[in-house]
Ligand binder design. Structure first.
Ligand code: PLP
Length: 451
């Protein structure tokens, strides 16, 4: 391969990166990853980096799994592509649908395939509205989401999301999408207890439904634990109250499991960990551990039968791509047979929790929140006041992320929250290394902030 500097120059000349927002990549030079093994990445300079983000929250079984390579190669030779439109199917799409139906909580047992989480949420938008049209209630178009949510980057899924600077960019959002606030007690809870705040935030859903008119609302969409919005673990009172409200008004609940699914929270799905009963689940990322692009919407018999026949005019060339399905199926086998989901729940999750929560002893860390193997810390100049680094929110997070990067640790920052979501195969020793590098990076960031 070419030397790093040459690759960096080519990258700057020709490659537009997602979400760079003018981050000065050309000056800084991108870091070029060349290999992966377990939780470790190697870059073009030979550095070994602990990837505490599992790529983009997706490499659940870790890097370098040869079984997945072989599953892809075998399917490539057998049948590299065929579509699932009209009256054709193939073995990987069928077997994966069967497996997802087994794993998904009742009554979800049908899957509509896509190639990504964004595509799957676009499917959901059309799917829930079409469902209500076919039930004779076409006025139910409104979909309620949450500010700061991330549901993808296409026009539809980006409109569903609620991130500043993105949700309303480039002609978005599409009509009939509404938002309520996220249950972020640390930043927004004021004088309420977390329990009171959880109920108050959930009741915003009821207020929004009443304001819009209950018979105009199609669905509420949310992640069991909001990921890209900052790993916001809701107070325990939040989801029971949300569930009560969606049940009361008979609106569909879409659980976006793109991050929470496939073991991340210590169960197969975050809905199980957080105790919600979705009508639709969005899946992607960990479904194939990122080895192939695949996503999907998992729905009940009831929804599938209402959409049955040939009236739901929707689909992608790569819906149920055979290679992606074969890899996903093998990935699910590994997660299951190696007991990885159970290990997150009973071993590595509790261990990471104990170690990660010790970060609150750092002078710059306010709270540490974690479920399974996804967690975040809030950076603060004043713990008692739960204060933010006000005027320049995100700057300290960015400094911290860059310090981590320099210390060969990949963590992500969202504003002034720092996030971990490592591969689910991380060992206790690797967790110790993660915490040690995070602590060192926090020290360095604090020195820089104070300088
Ligand atoms: N939904 C959630 C909760 C996500 O975190 C993401 C991506 O990060 C998406 C949807 C979009 O998935 P994709 O990037 O595969 O389109």
């Amino acid at each position: 391969t070419a030397p790093t500097a040459e690759l960096q120059a080519l990258d700057a000349a020709h490659h537009m990166h997602p979400f760079t927002h003018g981050a000065g990549l050309a000056d800084k030079g991108v870091r070029i990853m060349t290999r992966g093994e377990g939780v470790w990445l190697t870059d073009s300079e030979g550095n070994r980096i602990l990837d505490a983000m599992a790529g983009l929250w997706c490499v659940n079984v870790g890097y370098g799994r040869q079984e997945l390579v072989e599953a892809a190669a075998a399917q490539m030779s057998e049948l590299p592509f065929y579509n699932t439109f009209f009256q054709t199917s193939h073995v990987p799409a069928i077997r994966l649908a069967e497996r997802l139906a087994q794993l998904a909580p009742d009554p979800l047992n049908h899957v509509f395939y896509a190639s990504s989480g964004s595509e799957a949420n676009d499917t959901n938008l059309r799917l829930v509205r079409t469902y209500w049209e076919m039930k004779g209630q076409p006025q139910r178009k409104a979909i309620i989401s949450r500010w700061n949510a991330y549901h993808g980057s296409s026009v539809g899924s980006g409109s569903l999301g609620g991130m500043k600077g993105m949700h309303a960019q480039g002609g978005m959002p599409i009509p009939d999408i509404h938002h309520i606030d996220q249950p972020n007690w640390w930043s927004e809870g004021g004088d309420m207890t977390p329990e009171e705040f959880g109920v108050a935030r959930a009741r915003q859903l009821e207020q929004k439904i009443e304001e819009l008119g209950p018979d105009t609302v199609a669905a509420f969409i949310a992640e069991p634990v909001q990921g890209a919005g900052g790993v916001i673990v809701p107070p325990e009172t939040y989801w029971p109250e949300i569930q009560r409200i969606v049940d009361k008004y008979g609106i569909l609940l879409i659980a976006d499991e793109v991050i929470c699914g496939f073991g991340r929270t210590g169960n197969w799905f975050g809905s199980q960990t957080m105790g919600l009963r979705p009508d639709v689940m969005t899946v992607a990322k960990g479904l194939s551990s990122g080895y192939q692009p695949i996503g999907g919407s998992i729905v009940s018999d009831e929804i599938a039968s209402v959409l049955g026949g040939d009236e739901f005019n929707h689909g992608y060339t790569y819906s149920g791509h055979p290679v992606a399905c074969a890899v996903a199926l093998e990935n699910l086998r590994i997660l299951d047979e190696e007991g990885i989901v159970t290990r997150v729940r009973e071993e590595t999750g509790p261990y990471l929790k104990e170690r990660f929560e010790s970060l609150v002893e750092h002078p710059m860390v306010g709270e540490a929140k974690i479920v399974g193997l996804m967690g975040s810390i809030a950076l603060t100049p004043d713990k008692a006041a739960r204060a933010a680094f006000a005027a320049d929110a995100g700057t300290v997070g960015l400094i911290c992320r860059e310090r981590c990067f320099a210390n060969d640790l990949i963590m992500r920052h969202v504003g002034d929250r720092m996030i971990v979501s490592p591969p689910l195969v991380i060992t206790k020793d690797e967790i110790d290394t993660l915490i040690e590098r995070a602590w060192r990076s926090l020290d360095e960031a604090m020195a820089e902030v104070e300088a």
